[in-house]
Design a binder for this molecule. Structure first.
Ligand code: IVH
Length: 666
């Protein structure tokens, strides 16, 4: 090879390896195996050794990333370093508990709950009170000896005090606090270096740096959670960690011993929220059987211990490609843009679509078809797009142009001033809207016709039997029976359900009409305020606004709805069919709660929440949806969230239980 060729080769190899490092550490998406990486690195090292004049000053041979590297001695684990079985569901936790109790043949097991810190597993060996070795998990059988690097972590105790065993192993997690991570990224950005994707990746990357002085600059931390020894002097896991703490070892914080699976659930519930206030990332809770004797009895499967399980919180982020944006038309005509994604695994399911909410959201994210996007699935079921990886945007990408016409019925879309959502106003003939209207009308909180589900609503519409709500009351048994896959029983149930719905109270009928902005509460207020449908249809905007809690937006929507002759005719038909269009004046049980706002939370022993709500209203009180400065009482039932209680305490709101409430109104 000629010298310019060698130089080019060194440059190309260096750049290629840098790119692999970036993919490995920053994107956490390596495209070659550790072994392939090592081969390339060795090739570069050999060339640089022969031609040091061409070596780059920031050559990847100087700061190395990768898996099991030669530079770190690979050492076998004394005991296999296993991972944990994990779950996202409380049901599976119940099954775990059942399995454990059954195998042990006992009724109640003591568990320890610990936060599951998102870092990388490490095993420390202490002999005669001295840290002698630190090994990464590697493949579980053997790992990298990273002792020198681990010694630079300030929270790793190198010299123990107190009454420690002569020789033991303790395992835990190395991680980085979010603050330290942000500081590090700011520094890197200022120096024009690439920034890291998340604290976990930096933590794991940092341990593989060959220069311990460099590692020392990284703000790493440790937590230790698993004591192991050939002569284990302790009877429980919690005792072993307490003792380790007394020797100066940094053990898991926030742990709790639980005497039942219910207490475990309480711990999960608390930390699912509280974890956001911690300065570091936790992705779940590890639940361990506390007794070492029980642990031994339960043993291991081929891969994981039977005495522990990880419960993962419902959030996970993944990257995917935005293949396209489609649009959904909702029951109210609201248009929702939907991201069509390259399928990606998230929380154990395959995600292909995510909501983009509205045109503003698309603009805010500046998301374009073809982009690499970050997808997140949190507590809510529908995944969302939380960001765009701009570094991967194609040069020829163009901003997304929002549709102007309804994808279902082609009428022109409208967006009212100050509103984020576009609407299709063709509410009567746009199929999803018309079907949605039927679904809403028969829904549990409206006419509660349980014999008509969404599929049946769609069939009735598609077959032309129900095009508007009043048509429901003209349905005949024979018509329903003539539908595909409908038997006599189904047909009979359906007709009976429709008939029974005629006795639903006026506010439900009003709510069922599906007038924009008229929810359950508003329907109640309107029914109570004006008494019957004729008064409501005749009311002007001003008259409507005069009613408690009715604003301009609702009033306008009401007037607009009833200005349509078709709607008025529909009402007349339903009246003729015998539906109730007059409100029953609510009986008042006094005004003991007049002027008071009460918030209800939790589950009650004697009454349902709806009943308590009704009692409050019957006594002249108001029911608030969340605890605020205006709340007078928080009626607290079982399973009330700790954050609500805390807020109420902070704001000085009176917290009362069901019995106190009942005495108050009696
Ligand atoms: S116990 C055999 N406890 O989560 C028992 N692991 O998904 C092994 N982790 O491999 C682990 N916090 O890297 C345990 N308090 C904790 C933990 C924890 C984080 C990590 C650990 C483990 C992985 C399993």
């Amino acid at each position: 090879m000629q010298s310019h060729e060698i130089r080019a080769k060194i440059l190309a190899l260096s750049n290629e390896l840098k790119d692999h490092n970036y993919r490995y550490y920053v994107l956490a998406e390596p495209v070659i195996s550790d072994h392939q990486f090592d081969l390339k690195l060795k090739e570069l090292e050999a060339l640089e050794k022969q031609f040091p004049e061409f070596a780059l000053p920031d050559s990847p041979t100087k700061i190395v990333g990768g898996g099991l590297l030669d530079e770190f001695k690979t050492v076998p684990h004394k005991r296999r370093m296993l991972s944990l079985g994990n779950t996202y569901s409380e049901e599976e936790l119940l099954e775990f508990d059942e399995r454990v109790r059954k195998s042990l043949g006992i009724d109640a097991v003591e568990y320890v709950c610990e936060l599951k810190i998102d870092g990388l597993a490490i095993s420390l060996f202490y002999e005669n009170g001295q840290l002698i070795q630190a090994v990464t998990r590697g493949d579980g059988f053997q790992g990298d000896d990273v002792t020198e690097n681990v010694k630079t972590i300030r929270s790793v105790t190198q010299l123990l005090h107190g009454n420690y065993p002569a020789s033991f192993e303790i395992r835990g997690e190395i991680f980085m606090h979010r603050k330290g991570f942000e500081r590090l990224n700011q520094q890197r950005q200022a120096q024009g270096e690439v920034t890291y994707a998340n604290p976990r990746n930096v933590a794991s990357g940092s341990l593989k740096i060959k220069d311990a002085k460099e590692v020392a600059k990284r703000p790493l931390d440790i937590t230790l959670y698993h004591f192991l020894s050939d002569q284990n002097p302790f009877t429980t896991h919690s005792e072993s960690l307490e003792q380790a703490k007394s020797w100066g070892i940094k053990t898991a914080d926030h742990s709790k011993t639980c005497n039942s699976i219910q207490e475990v659930f309480d711990f999960l519930k608390r930390w699912d929220t509280a974890r956001h206030d911690l300065g570091f990332d936790t992705d779940g809770v590890v639940i361990k059987v506390n007794s070492f004797r029980h642990q031994e009895e339960l043993g291991f499967t081929a891969k994981v211990p039977r005495w522990a399980i990880a419960y993962k919180f419902q959030t996970e982020t993944a990257t995917s490609t935005l293949l396209g944006i489609t649009y959904q038309v909702g029951r109210t005509g609201a248009i929702t843009p939907v991201a069509e994604l390259q399928p990606v695994a998230l929380l154990g399911t395959t995600v292909k679509r995510a909501s983009l909410h509205n045109a503003n959201e698309i603009e805010r994210l500046d998301v374009r078809v073809g982009d690499t996007v970050f997808v997140e699935k949190g507590g809510e079921i529908i995944p969302k797009i939380v960001g765009v990886d701009f570094s991967r945007r194609a040069e020829n990408s163009v901003p997304h142009i929002y549709i102007t016409h309804c994808p279902e019925c082609n009428s022109e879309l409208q967006r009212n001033e100050g509103e984020a959502q576009h609407y299709c106003l063709n509410s009567e003939e746009c199929p999803p809207q018309a079907i949605g209207k039927i679904e809403h009308f028969v829904g549990r909180k409206a006419m509660d016709i349980q014999s008509i589900g969404s599929e049946m609503a769609e069939t009735l519409y598609q077959q032309g039997l129900v095009r508007e709500l009043a048509d429901l009351y003209d349905l005949t048994y024979e018509q329903v029976l003539s539908l595909d896959r409908v038997g006599e029983k189904t047909a009979m149930n359906l007709i009976e359900g429709v008939q029974a719905s005629k006795s639903q109270p006026f506010e439900r009928v009003l709510f069922g009409l599906g007038i924009r902005y008229v929810g359950e509460t508003v329907a109640k207020k309107l029914a109570q305020g004006l008494g019957n449908i004729d008064a409501i249809m005749a009311a002007t905007e001003e008259e409507l606004i005069a009613i408690d809690e009715i604003g301009e937006r609702i009033a306008e929507s009401m007037v607009q709805y009833f200005s349509d002759d078709k709607h008025r005719r529909g009402i007349e038909r339903m009246k003729a069919a015998g539906l109730i269009f007059t409100a029953v004046q609510k009986e008042s049980l006094g005004d003991g709660l007049a002027g008071k706002t009460l918030v209800i939370s939790g589950v009650f022993a004697k009454h349902s929440r709806d009943e308590i709500k009704a009692m409050i209203e019957a006594h002249g009180g108001k029911v608030g949806s969340g605890v605020t400065g205006k709340t007078d009482y928080l009626v607290a039932g079982d399973g009330i969230g700790p954050s609500k209680l805390e807020k109420a305490t902070q704001l000085g709101v009176n917290i009362i239980d069901e019995d106190t409430f009942l005495t108050m109104i009696s």
